[in-house]
Design a protein around this ligand. Sequence first.
Ligand code: COA
Ligand code: AMP
Length: 627
Amino acid sequence: MGEYERARAMAAAAPEEFWAQAAALVDWVTPPEVILDSSQAPFYRWFRGGRLNTCVNALDRHVAAGRGDRVAIRYDSPVTGVKRSITYAELLDEVSRFAGVLAGLGVSKGDRVIIYLPMVPEAVVAMLACARLGAVHSVVFGGFAPAELAARIDDATPRVVVSASCGIEAGRVLPYKPLLDEAIGMARHKPQASVILQRPQARAEMHAADVDWAAAMAVAVPHEPVIVEATDPLYILYTSGTTGRPKGIVRDNGGHAVALAWSFWNVYGMTADDTWWAASDVGWVVGHSYIVYSPLLSGATTVLYEGKPVGTPDAGAFWRVIAEYGVNGLFTAPTAIRAIKKEDPDGEHLARHDISSLRSLFLAGERLDPDTYHWACGHLGVPVVDNWWQTETGWPIASNLRGLEPMPIKPGSPSVAVPGYDVQVLDGEGRQVAAGTDGAIVIRLPMPPGTLPTLWGDDQRYVDAYLTANPGYYTTGDGGSMDADGYLYVMGRTDDVINVAGHRLSTGSMEAVVASHPMVAECAVIGVHDDLKGQVPRAFVVLKAGVQVDPAVLQAEIVESVRREIGPVAALKQVVIVPALPKTRSGKILRRTMRGIADGRPEPVPSTIEDVRVLEAITPLLVSDKP
Ligand code: COA
Ligand code: AMP
């Protein structure tokens, strides 16, 4: 029996023993009394009775162990020309002082702090400062519009918001402060203060409740760590659900620290002596887990990169960073590799850099298409490792475990279930399907440490959204199959969630915006194939009777309203006017049928369809790259 099989079997048969052993990777003030508390099932809690501080585990303990001079963060920002290396000792100092700033603004254990920052070291400092105080951070991705930020402010009710004067995107300076002011204006809940990082590229206009980051830090008093329960929340991260209202995924302190420390070696094969780079954004779960927590909990060096894979300055941007810092593991989304491949198909930029330090490339966030896989393998000469997971789980559900036991890689598959996850594929009746047969991918409860214990302030929604469709299981929302060797094949979402350039978005929330246009009678937004971004949203609209409009004008108005309401990241640029949408006889739009056609996995046309010719007419528009 290999290491993988041994770990998988033990995590399944004796989960408490397995995770009690893994818990030794974390420093506890009080060790857990109960490893897995099932008394309130299906609300499982890991490491009940354990007390710790996540920031201490990410920083203080490494400094105390004599590794204070080790570089914690390599900040590299080609968009501003700034590079900065921050040691563990320096990061601890900054974080302790920023914790002092937050405490001075009244933030204490359990309070929420919203962080709306670009990819700057201060984002990591703010997250860890919250962890130090036992406060709960909620990072909001910069590409979201004020209305989305306002919705998160109302749900999380933060005492303080931390933001910056601007972000820099594709050579443009994007002022953040006016967006924040607008969001706070819209929100019912009013935070007591906003701490603003003034960046030289744009100065923010400050108001009475605004605090200047630099001025506050200059006089800040370092704050000691506040010890919390393992089960206390560390953060809330909002993600798109099937409705417009985002779901606040809750992460606890203890289970999270254990799982992320465990995965750094076992899944990614990385150690404290490695330099690791997750080229994502702190606003997404990959950024939380693998830019910040996992590498820092492990005492490694993490790269924080503010820029794009191409055009900053060229298609060799990633390879320059790897060569410059001796990066040992790179984690990004397939879309980033597709962007590079498009600009540099023959690897000429790649050849200009020495990337011999790289041991593996990890890809996640969307399906890894075979073309991208083969291009990356051929040009990088290292294992290209697909891993599948979600904001909800916080760390990989399926992967090739590069530390525990590397296995053969099968293109198209993120390999096998990670120990602790009992992954099954079920049919519509809730029965396990045969190997190779498509179905709903589910995880038997309880899920391992680090996965969501609930949704913020909404236990019932957690049960309804994830635990009800298949009793006894967590329903992932992804469909796919498992082969006879236990390799999983994830084919895509079975709900209204789409993945655009590795960004998770809700077509439901886009539909709500499109449908509010005065000329639109009804609409459907479907993810269609895109060579670069994997999927992009395409809106199909039916006009109200008698409306005459220039399609280009309507398109511009709808695109603008989605950018305004949801944000540029929604990337809705295609609007097609159609005479009708396919429906059932009772008037329900056949979104699922349309999605199946667009995904290349058509399902049998429902017998309840009102007029099959409407579906036939729309089919070419679902499968074509161009609207
Ligand atoms: N703040 C403000 N605006 C942002 C933003 C941010 N943090 N991030 C993206 N946007 C904007 C972009 O500028 C773009 O605006 P535009 O329509 O005016 O051009 C829009 O949101 C869509 O962004 P994106 O989907 O990222 O497209 P892109 O063409 O700018 O870049 C890639 C495409 C593939 C290069 C880019 O998505 C990428 O590097 N992805 C890497 C993978 C990744 O980060 N995955 C996350 C999870 S692992
Ligand atoms: P997010 O919550 O933003 O991480 O998005 C999670 C969703 O992204 C999953 O439910 C999948 O639909 C998709 N996804 C993530 N990783 C992969 C992968 N390796 N293969 C296929 N789909 C993936």
